[in-house]
Design a protein around this ligand. Structure first.
Ligand code: B12
Ligand code: SF4
Length: 558
């Protein structure tokens, strides 16, 4: 395949978009919870479009949570020249519905799709939806050219990194596009186009009251509590060089980073505009470049930026060392996450994690001994090598390492991953669009597919028993009387084949819902309110009517 040359983003004065109205729509994400993070992808595209002179609006359905009929009213009588939407694989269903709707109501308006749904499942988005153009990978380098071509009806064939329909309806995939070499060319994301205050208010887990390490820093340095309680996610690089088979790398294996200075400037901008000193790094792997981390920490320290810093998405265990962690601590990092996944060697091999149990355990020890709050301990359980033996090892290690908040998810093959290829090969999945529909608004914790070769019941029992055991172990240590009472409950639960913690959580969630909304939810909630779940069902119902023949395979675990 041809590879197009890289080019300067704004070095294209003949293609400026003055006077063009662009509507970007962000689909709702996690309908049973409050909106958590703004659409960073759309915000970045929007900033590029604004710089090119376009008038951009983001209709943020993640915040607004409009039903489809409300959306119709919202858009009625409005005019725009182009519509774009995008997001994760879990919003494919919604993107498809939007495309159907726009082609019916606004047949003259060209529509563009982007995001990980498109890069992971390019053929499905291009063939099975009504989008005119499907953008693959980074959107910023092509968005101006795509819109320019669509509005001037010039050829899209010269725009690399897209799939489009030609006049006869044939799908054309253009030359592959290289990754952006210089991310500093990009303006800061167009935060002003969404309700950042609402998003900031919801970033609960990084709030200081939940975190003793942040709390201690605030007290020691007498930091402004209001600012410290306004966490914002930020990115300093794109890409990950590793090859875990469950992970979708939207930006590929090449890591392209921003300079320390650019990152500091971005933080200063956010501090001023959004009154915050609390930042969460969302990079695929924050510590992929040790020198960068050290330089960044030195700069933060020497400039006396008294921030609360967090690594939200994860540190790579084999790149963790004590010196770096202590420097991070000194710079104000309080809470970090690390990719654990499993402590069982054969499972680590199965998932192509590329690191050993020993390395992961050592990283956890170093992180803890350096004084960090470990924000989560996420495991994947359900590879063919998993069973009672691997779970026993995981549980023992969690107890030894003090991993109180261990959570086990069943590996989920998102399109574009090696695990997805395996699922196809082994006959677990056969219809990519059907699978995307099944993924609609689901979390990995929804446990919708079982590729372990073990019965669903056995797999789930191993998981809830382990989670109960780990929780109880630490409760007994910290609160012996409560621990003994819960141990009795656990024994009763086991006899009845249910998790006592799940039952307690169910009572708590349902009680909360009854108090707040005066009714019980139709299904057990993870958190938040049930008010918006109907949006997903409404969208799926509408889609079924629109396009019969969508082969919905059901992989729900019984
Ligand atoms: C923040 C985040 C979240 C946030 C929300 C994300 C958001 N704002 O939409 C939350 C916490 C809610 C979340 C949840 C989940 N996430 Co998430 N998340 C991320 C994370 C860390 C950053 C995403 C991001 O903002 N990147 C930065 C922006 C700039 O990149 P981008 O969104 O890809 O946008 C670029 C292009 O895609 C494109 N683009 C995007 N939109 C559009 C639109 C148009 C019109 C165009 C032209 C281009 C375009 O241009 C952008 C700029 O180059 C990534 C991992 C990572 N570090 O990338 C995972 C990631 C996106 N998540 C992923 C997954 C699997 C999930 C979950 C299913 C996991 C889970 N725990 O259950 C849930 C989904 C739950 C649900 N019910 O939908 C996968 C996506 C897999 C896939 N094929 O879609 C990723 C890639 C992680 C991974 N490696 O597996 N996530
Ligand atoms: S899980 Fe982490 S280390 Fe593995 S490929 Fe994904 S981002 Fe990279």
């Amino acid at each position: 395949m041809n590879v197009a040359k890289d080019f300067k983003l704004f070095d294209q004065s003949d293609r400026m978009l003055g006077g063009v109205n662009v509507l970007l729509i962000y689909p709702p994400v996690r309908l049973t919870q409050q909106p958590l993070y703004p659409p960073f992808g759309l915000l970045s595209i929007a900033s590029v479009l604004e710089k090119a002179g376009a008038k951009v609006e983001i209709l943020d359905l993640n915040i607004r949570r409009l039903t489809f009929s409300e959306l119709k009213v919202e858009l009625a009588g409005r005019t725009f020249d182009v519509m774009g939407t995008g997001g994760m694989a879990t919003v494919y269903y919604y993107m498809k519905l939007l495309a159907e709707y726009f082609k019916k109501e606004y047949p003259q308006v060209p529509i563009i799709a982007g995001g990980t749904a498109c890069s992971g499942s390019p053929a499905v988005v291009a063939e099975r939806t009504k989008f005119d153009v499907t953008v693959l990978g980074e959107g910023e380098p092509v968005i101006i050219d795509v819109i320019h071509a669509l509005l001037n009806k010039s050829s899209l064939s010269e725009v690399p990194g897209i799939i489009y329909k030609d006049k006869s309806g044939n799908l054309i995939r253009t030359a592959e596009r290289p990754r952006m070499a210089n991310l500093e060319e990009l303006p800061f994301p167009a935060y002003h186009l969404v309700d950042m205050d609402k998003y900031i208010a919801n970033s609960n887990i990084y709030k200081i009251k939940k975190n003793k390490v942040s709390e201690a820093r605030i007290t020691a340095l007498n930091l402004d509590r209001t600012k410290a309680n306004r966490p914002i996610m930020i990115f300093s690089k794109r890409g990950c060089p590793f090859g875990c088979n469950f992970c979708y790398r939207n930006f590929g294996r090449k890591v392209v980073g921003m300079s320390v200075q650019h990152t500091l400037d971005h933080m200063a901008f956010l501090e001023k505009k959004y009154n915050t000193i609390n930042f969460i790094f969302g990079d695929e792997i924050f510590n992929v470049d040790r020198n960068w981390v050290m330089e960044f920490c030195e700069a933060i320290i020497s400039e006396k930026r008294n921030y609360i810093l967090n690594v939200g998405n994860g540190l790579r265990a084999n790149l963790v060392d004590q010196e770096m962690m202590l420097k991070m601590k000194e710079a104000g990092f309080c809470s970090v996450a690390v990719g654990i996944e499993s402590f069982y060697e054969p499972t680590l091999k199965d998932m192509l994690k590329g690191q050993s149990t020993e390395v992961i355990a050592q990283a956890v020890k170093v992180i803890k001994s350096s004084g960090f709050h470990l924000s989560s301990a996420q495991f994947l359980f359900g590879y063919p090598s998993d069973g009672p033996e691997s779970m026993a090892i995981n549980v023992r290690m969690c107890k030894e390492l003090g991993l109180k908040n261990a959570g086990f998810s069943i590996p989920c093959p998102y399109p574009g991953t090696l695990l997805y290829e395996k699922a196809l090969k082994e006959g677990y999945l056969h219809d990519e669009e059907g699978w995307l529909m099944e993924l609609a608004d689901k979390d990995i914790s929804d446990r919708i597919i079982n590729m372990s070769g073990k019965p669903d019941k056995e797999l789930k029992k191993l998981i809830w028993e382990a989670e109960d055991e780990i929780k109880l172990f630490f409760i007994r240590k910290d609160f012996p009387i409560l621990g003994s009472a819960l141990t009795i409950l656990q024994k009763i639960g086991r006899k009845m084949n249910v998790s006592s913690f799940d039952v307690l959580k169910g009572i708590k969630d349902n009680g909360k819902n009854l108090l707040l909304h005066g009714r019980l939810p139709g299904r057990m909630l993870k958190s938040g309110s049930a008010n918006h779940i109907h949006i997903r069902d409404e969208a799926l119902d509408l889609l079924k009517n629109w396009e019969s023949g969508t082969d919905l395979v059901n992989h729900r675990i019984n």
